[in-house]
Design a binder for this molecule. Structure first.
Ligand SMILES: *Cc1c(COP(=O)(O)O)cnc(C)c1O
Length: 390
């Protein structure tokens, strides 16, 4: 679809392919395979001499619609869908790296990403250096011959640290590495990493792309040749493909993406300002506040500050748990990316298995509470948080 359409239009319209029935809404193709006119066509489809669908591990029309719509939103040449966000990250590593290669990765990425790079890929001879998401010179120093991939997530979760995508893209280029940005927390509605110099964008579609907590999905976006030569051969052969049903659900989620992300960010900003002025709160972590260390960078890089905020309450773990346990509306869950607001105590859940020293180094205090703000009325969310802060 033409590049001159606005994001809201692309979210609703891009990638749709109608069948002979001229359905208005996108069709769901629940089929594992496709039939051929004759043996010669089957042969041509298998050798790639003729374009067309063969088997849903390779491609499926509903999955293709999702891929094209997300590519249009991210401003990417190509998109490949995967069964989950983690399989998108695994596919990136398996497609681009070999034994002896090296990754430089932000130390504030999703926990499973740290496990995958540090605990699993290391067994296959791929080494990872973990560095600060905000100190560009650490990335420069960590790069070495054999460094093939820079990987980051911005804003980070739960502390909302902002990485400078343009600056790190320049460092990656001079090191001969590709920069991959996990864009889960912002989505293309708020941040388009490719425009800022990233080579690849990673998504867990499970989060804000679906937006309503229904299905798992993921995607990798980037240059057409890289996708065709590296990513697609891995996915077709290894098989972490996105189910057509999940693709259809997420495709419909994309139609409301921009509206949701802007509304949820506006609510988060209002709550962050209120929390910052609250007596029981020591510190609020939210890129939309002028008190945030990378507030100016966030304003340049993002269209809004996003739905995720954290705050440190006075009184440590007991006070934090009191806030969480006093909620009646907000869901107590480590998940995020939903229109239902969620609340969690990172130090005893998402970051509970790492040592106290590592938690202190990462700045995950005992009094820290993370809220992923949904679409409920902001007054109701505020009243729910106020009860335990009283
Ligand atoms: C959830 C998440 C992932 C993993 O996605 P799944 O769909 O759960 O596999 C990766 N990165 C970030 C930032 C996430 O929040």
């Amino acid at each position: 679809m033409a590049k001159n359409f606005e994001l809201a239009t692309l979210g609703v319209r891009a990638g749709q392919a109608r069948t002979e029935f001229h359905e208005h809404s996108e069709a769901l193709f629940l089929t594992s395979s496709f039939v051929f006119e004759n043996a010669a066509q089957a042969a041509a489809r298998f050798t790639g001499g003729e374009d067309g669908f063969v088997y849903s591990r390779f491609t499926n029309p509903t999955v293709s619609m999702f891929q094209e719509r997300l590519a249009a939103l991210e401003g990417a040449e190509a998109c490949v869908a995967t069964s989950s966000g983690m399989s998108a990250i695994l596919a990136t590593a398996m497609s681009l790296l070999k034994s002896g290669d090296h990754i430089v990765c932000s130390n504030a990425v999703f926990g499973a990403t740290i496990q995958l790079f540090g605990g699993i890929l290391s067994r296959f001879g791929v080494d990872t250096s973990f560095v600060s998401p905000t100190r560009v010179e650490e990335w420069q120093r960590a790069a070495r011959p054999g460094t093939k991939l820079f990987f980051l997530e911005t804003p980070s979760n739960p502390l909302t640290e902002i990485s400078d995508i343009a600056a790190l893209s320049a460092v990656a280029k001079s090191a001969g590495a590709l920069l991959a940005v996990d864009n889960v927390l912002c989505t293309p509605a708020l941040q388009r990493p490719i425009e800022l110099g990233a080579d690849l964008v990673i998504h867990s579609a499970t989060k804000y792309l679906d937006g309503q907590g229904r299905v798992l999905g993921g995607a990798v976006l980037g240059p057409r040749a890289l996708m065709a030569d590296r990513m697609i051969p891995f996915l077709r052969t290894a098989g972490p493909s996105l189910s057509p049903f999940n693709a259809w659900v997420i495709l419909k989620g994309l139609e409301t993406l921009e509206l949701r992300m802007l509304a949820q960010s506006a609510a988060a900003l209002e709550l962050a300002r209120w929390l910052e002025s609250h007596r029981a709160v020591e510190r609020v972590f939210y890129p939309g506040l002028p008190s945030h260390p990378q507030h100016e960078l966030a304003k340049r890089q993002q269209r809004a500050a996003g739905p995720v905020l954290s705050f440190q309450v006075k009184g440590g773990r007991a006070a934090a748990w009191k806030v969480i346990d006093a909620t009646r509306l907000i869901s107590i869950t480590a998940n995020l990316g939903d229109v239902k607001s969620t609340i969690v105590h990172p130090a005893s859940t998402t970051h509970g298995r790492i040592s106290q020293e590592a938690r202190d180094a990462a700045g995950i205090g005992e009094g820290l509470v993370r809220v992923a703000v949904g679409l409920e009325a902001v007054e109701d969310i505020r009243a729910d948080l106020a009860r335990g802060l009283g």
